[in-house]
Design a protein around this ligand. Structure first.
Ligand code: ARG
Length: 494
C-alpha cells in the first residue's frame, strides 16, 4: 500500500511539471476550439450568470431544440429527483467559458428534460441507461455557424470494436490531485483514448455497476475524462457520436488503468430513446369522475426531431395499471358503473419517423358510482323541478401539481423550494402554497410559501428541531382545486 502511494505521488509530480509547460490540461488532453467539437455544449445553472461557474455537466446537440446528456446530470443537487429543466441552460459555441466576448456563443434555457426510464435517479448512482433528453425553449439553437452543429449519431446496433481510437471532450476536472485548488479549465479540452472490451472493463469493477449491454469503456495511460465532463461526447475520430461520459473510478486516469465508462448510444433501447418524441407537458384528464359521465384526455405537448408533428393516440387505465380502453385516436372515455371507485389515468402516445413515446396524466378523483338502490320501498317522491342547466363554460377542475426542488437545512434553518404547476383548461392560477414541517421531535409548523420565480415557491423555517423531519406541501388554485395527494419529503436537520 505504502508503495502504491509513493508511486502515485511520483506520477502526480511528473505530470504536474509536464503540464506546467503546456496549456491547462484535461487529464492528459489538450485545449481545442469549439469548432473542433461543435456538437459539444456546457450545461449550466440558469441562475449563475458566468458559464464557467455555472457549468456542471456536458451535453451534445442532436438538433436545434434537442440536447442529450447523462441522466445523472438531471439531479445536480442530489435530492433523488430531476431538477426542473427551467433551472438549467445550455451554452453552445463557446470555447473559453470565462470569455466575456459573447458571440458566437449561444445560451438557451432548457424547457423540459427527462431521464431514460430504467436509470435510477433516486440513488443517482452509476447504472444502466445513463442518458437523458433535454428540449430547449423554442426556437432553440441557431445551427448556421461552424461553432454550433449537431452530432452525427451512431446507428442502433453499430457497436464499436475494442481498441478503437476515440475522442472525449469537456470542461471537467483536469486532475484529481487534492492539492490542486482549481482543477477546472477555462478552455474546452479533448483527449484521444482507446475503447476497452467489455470483459476487460468488467475485470476492473468486480461486483460493480458495469453493465456490458448499455456501457462502453475507454482509457489510455494518463488520459481520461473526469468529473464535470459527464453527459459530454465520446466520438469516433470521424466525428460519429458513440457515447456520453457516465462514470469511472474515483481517481480519474487511475494508475491501475481503470477505464472511464460511457453510455453506449448504439445500444438499441438507448438509440431509440434519444430519437423518440419527448413529452414537454403531460396530458390532462378533464370531466366529472362519475358513472355515466365522459372523461377527456386533453393532449399534452411534444418535441420531436422528425419533420411534422407526431401522430397521437390515447389509452385509459386505472391508476394501478388495469387497462380500461386500448389505444385509439378517440380522446374520450365514458365511465360506467363498473368504474365506480376507480382512479382513472389516460396515456397519450406520440409516434413519428424517429420513434415513439408515451406520457401519462395525473389520476382522476375516485369515480362516483350509481346511487345505491333504496332498501325499503317508500312513497315515490315527485321528481324535482329540473334546474336550468347553466351554459357550459370550461372550468379549471384540475388540481395543481407540486414537486419538491430542494430542502436545505443548516444550523436548524431549512429552506424548502417546490415547483408548482397549475393545470386545467383554462388554468386558473396558483392561489396558495403551504408547506408544513413535521420534525420527528418538536412542533409541527405550517408556512405560506413565497413565489420566487415562475412556478417556484420557497418557504423558510427557523429553529427546527435537530434530527429527522418530514416536509409536506399543499397547494390550492384560484378555482379552489387542492393538490390531490400532498407531496411529502424527508430531510435531516443539522
Ligand atoms: N460522473 C462524472 C461526472 O459527473 C464523470 C466521471 C468520469 N470519470 C472517469 N474516470 N472517466 O462528470
Amino acid at each position: 500500500m505504502a508503495c502504491l502511494v509513493v508511486a502515485a505521488a511520483l506520477v502526480a509530480a511528473s505530470s504536474a511539471s509536464a503540464s506546467a509547460a503546456v496549456s491547462p490540461r484535461i487529464i492528459g488532453g489538450e485545449a481545442i476550439p469549439i469548432t473542433d467539437a461543435p456538437w459539444q455544449v456546457a450545461i449550466v445553472k440558469h441562475s449563475t450568470a458566468s458559464a464557467y461557474y455555472g457549468q456542471f455537466c456536458g451535453g451534445v446537440i442532436v438538433d436545434a431544440r434537442r440536447i442529450i446528456t447523462a441522466a445523472h446530470c438531471l439531479d445536480a443537487n442530489g435530492d433523488g429527483l430531476a431538477d426542473p429543466g427551467i433551472t438549467r441552460d445550455v451554452v453552445a459555441g463557446m470555447t473559453d467559458l470565462t470569455s466575456s466576448a459573447g458571440l458566437p456563443a449561444q445560451r438557451v434555457q432548457i424547457e423540459a428534460w427527462a431521464a431514460m426510464p430504467g436509470f435510477d435517479l433516486a440513488s443517482n448512482a452509476p447504472g444502466p441507461h445513463d442518458a437523458a433528453v433535454a428540449t430547449l425553449e423554442a426556437p432553440g439553437l441557431d445551427l448556421s455557424g461552424p461553432e454550433v452543429q449537431p452530432a452525427a449519431l451512431v446507428g442502433a446496433g453499430e457497436l464499436t470494436p475494442s481498441g478503437t481510437s476515440v475522442s472525449v471532450s469537456g470542461w471537467g476536472a483536469t486532475t484529481t490531485d487534492p492539492n490542486n485548488p482549481n482543477p477546472y479549465p477555462d478552455v474546452l479540452q479533448a483527449v484521444v483514448i482507446k475503447t476497452v472490451s467489455d470483459p476487460d472493463c468488467a475485470s476492473y469493477f468486480p461486483g460493480g455497476p458495469f453493465d456490458p449491454a448499455t456501457m462502453l469503456c475507454a482509457i489510455a495511460p494518463g488520459k481520461d475524462s473526469c468529473s464535470g465532463d459527464s453527459g459530454g461526447p465520446l466520438n469516433l475520430l470521424d466525428g460519429t457520436l458513440i457515447g456520453l461520459v457516465s462514470w469511472g473510478p474515483q481517481e480519474c486516469a487511475a494508475a491501475d488503468g481503470s477505464p472511464g465508462v460511457y453510455t453506449e448510444l448504439a445500444e438499441p433501447s438507448i438509440a431509440a430513446f434519444i430519437r423518440a418524441p419527448q413529452s414537454i407537458a403531460a396530458p390532462v384528464l378533464t370531466g366529472t369522475a362519475k358513472s355515466g359521465a365522459q372523461l377527456t384526455c386533453q393532449p399534452g405537448s411534444w418535441a420531436s426531431i422528425a419533420a411534422g408533428s407526431p401522430s397521437i393516440d390515447f389509452s385509459f387505465a386505472t391508476s394501478e395499471g388495469v387497462a380500461l380502453r386500448d389505444w385509439s385516436p378517440d380522446a374520450t372515455y365514458t365511465l360506467s358503473d363498473a368504474d365506480a371507485g376507480r382512479h382513472v389515468v389516460c396515456t397519450e402516445r406520440a409516434r413519428d419517423a424517429s420513434g415513439e413515446a408515451t406520457s401519462t396524466s395525473a389520476a382522476s378523483a375516485a369515480v362516483v358510482g350509481p346511487p345505491a338502490p333504496a332498501a325499503v320501498t317508500s312513497t315515490p317522491t315527485p321528481a324535482p323541478t329540473p334546474t336550468p342547466k347553466p351554459a357550459t363554460k370550461p372550468v379549471d377542475n384540475v388540481a395543481p401539481r407540486t414537486t419538491f426542488i430542494s430542502i436545505r437545512c443548516r444550523a436548524r434553518r431549512c429552506v424548502v423550494r417546490v415547483r408548482v404547476a397549475d393545470r386545467g383548461t383554462p388554468v386558473s392560477g396558483v392561489k396558495t402554497v403551504r408547506i408544513t414541517a413535521l420534525p420527528t421531535r418538536g412542533a409541527v409548523r405550517t408556512v405560506t410559501a413565497r413565489r420566487i420565480a415562475a412556478g417556484i415557491y420557497q418557504a423558510r423555517f427557523s429553529r427546527v428541531a435537530r434530527g429527522s423531519a418530514w416536509f409536506t406541501v399543499a397547494t390550492r388554485d384560484i378555482a379552489g382545486n387542492r393538490s390531490a395527494q400532498p407531496a411529502i419529503r424527508h430531510a435531516r436537520v443539522r
